[in-house]
Design a protein around this ligand. Structure first.
Ligand code: MN
Length: 426
């Protein structure tokens, strides 16, 4: 059990005005990298519609009780700060919570300091928050694996025999992970049409999103060591929304025998705020009963899944917008602890700033599927847009918008929007 985290107290109120609808109440305090007209890139914490500048906060002496240095915050990535590990980041988040607390006059009464440490989000630019070392993409939603298996193989044998024993994954390409707001260029590649003997070359016609969440790790253990499901929480910094862009036509032709390659490595998009696992602790929930029995190294105790509501909207170039799915991270079959334990069970290392993505998160019924492949069922059930057009897959000029929110009767912990626009190929 995690001991009570002070910053998570639902009764806390900030001296800042924060809308009830905001993704960023005082109980969230996610980390990101931002700049403004007058400020170079630095570490910030989202609060309401503003950003708290940790570099300025440190310079003004408000973080003197902690062991962070200027380089931790005057940095274009979060990695150096993350190098301090779970406990010190928890102390940092608790301290920030204290400074924003309505009952603490420390910062609130210093108008000069407030002017230096707060920036409006609309006047700030956000960046890729983490220098991502290695990137792994899992395939951990049973409904997604079932849907894909049903479409491409056989509904009676939709899951491959290993699926309920292994959190299946592949290594992806970290250097093409891009932040929210950066456009995605439609990929070109080989495709093999059903009626043709030979492949053709051209722009992908079946460009798709995959609704996923990613988690970012702290420094793990050296090669040859393993992280147990019990230890896993201590190695997880936080989570973001993640869109594993997929060109289905390229994927279908290339993926046997070694899995995805050019169908996915052209871009993956992540949201810019990393919500700490600490902030998500109040939203723990039980996972599915795993049958057949899993091997002992994958067993875990306690609630290790998370209840996070997820939506995807498509917005056309003329502004017609439609929510095409409502899913939830709790639908995962394998949780993060199991993924990390499996990833390291062979002695594979994990480093500070690695990205481990969930795989497409599909809920149990229509309306909760996590990709257009499933929503349009291979293109057989087009989605009607408000402007009368139809979508089977994503078209040039479309923006794909993910949102995520963990909520209970007291608070909403949001992730900020993940938005990406698709441009025609070069
Ligand atoms: Mn994926």
């Amino acid at each position: 059990m995690v001991k009570k985290i002070k910053a998570n107290d639902p009764s806390l109120k900030s001296w800042l005005e924060i809308s009830k609808e905001s993704d960023f109440p005082i109980q969230n305090l996610p980390f990101g990298i931002y700049s403004t007209k007058n400020k170079t890139k630095r570490v910030g914490v989202a609060i309401g519609d503003q950003i708290l500048d940790l570099y300025q906060l440190l310079k003004l002496g408000y973080l003197d009780s902690l062991s962070f240095c200027e380089h931790c915050f005057s940095n274009e990535y979060l990695n150096r700060m993350m190098g301090h590990g779970k406990i010190e980041i928890r102390d940092l988040r608790n301290r920030i919570s204290e400074l924003l607390n309505a009952e603490n006059p420390e910062l609130f009464q210093n108008k000069e300091a407030i002017a230096k440490v707060l920036d409006l989000q609309i006047e700030s630019e956000m960046y890729l928050p983490v220098k991502i070392g290695d990137y792994t993409d899992f395939y951990s939603s049973e409904q997604h694996a079932f849907n894909v298996g049903s479409m491409f193989r056989d509904p009676n044998n939709a899951l491959l025999p290993n699926w309920k024993h292994i959190p299946v994954a592949y290594h992806g390409r970290s250097s093409s992970i891009i932040p929210s707001g950066q456009d995605v260029i439609r990929p070109k590649g080989q495709q093999k049409l059903d009626d043709n003997e030979n492949p053709i070359f051209g722009a992908s016609k079946l460009l798709d999103f995959e609704l996923e969440m990613g988690f970012i790790t702290f420094q793990g253990k050296p090669l040859g060591n393993t992280i147990s499901t019990q230890e896993a929480d201590e190695f997880i910094f936080g989570m973001c929304l993640f869109n594993d862009w997929s060109a289905r036509d390229i994927q279908k032709w290339e993926y046997i025998p070694l899995g995805p390659f050019l169908a996915k490595n052209f871009a993956s998009s992540m949201s810019c705020w990393i919500v700490t696992l600490d902030a998500l602790e109040p939203f723990r929930t039980a996972g599915p009963i795993q049958k057949p029995k899993i091997l002992p190294y994958l067993e875990y105790s306690g609630n290790k899944h998370l209840d996070i509501e997820l939506t995807v909207a498509i917005q056309t170039e003329n502004g017609a917008k439609k929510v095409v799915t409502n899913s939830n991270y709790k639908y995962m079959y394998w949780n993060m602890n199991q993924q990390l334990a499996h990833h390291t069970v062979n002695g594979c290392n994990v480093n500070c700033g690695d990205m481990l993505a969930s795989g497409t998160i599909s809920g149990p019924e229509e309306g909760s599927f996590g990709s257009m492949l499933e929503i349009s069922w291979k293109g057989t059930k087009p989605v009607k847009m408000p402007d009368g057009s139809e979508r089977r897959f994503i078209q040039d000029g479309d923006s794909v918008i993910f949102n995520g929110r963990a909520k209970n009767k007291d608070i909403n912990i949001g992730f900020g929007e993940l938005i990406s626009k698709v441009l025609p190929p070069k």
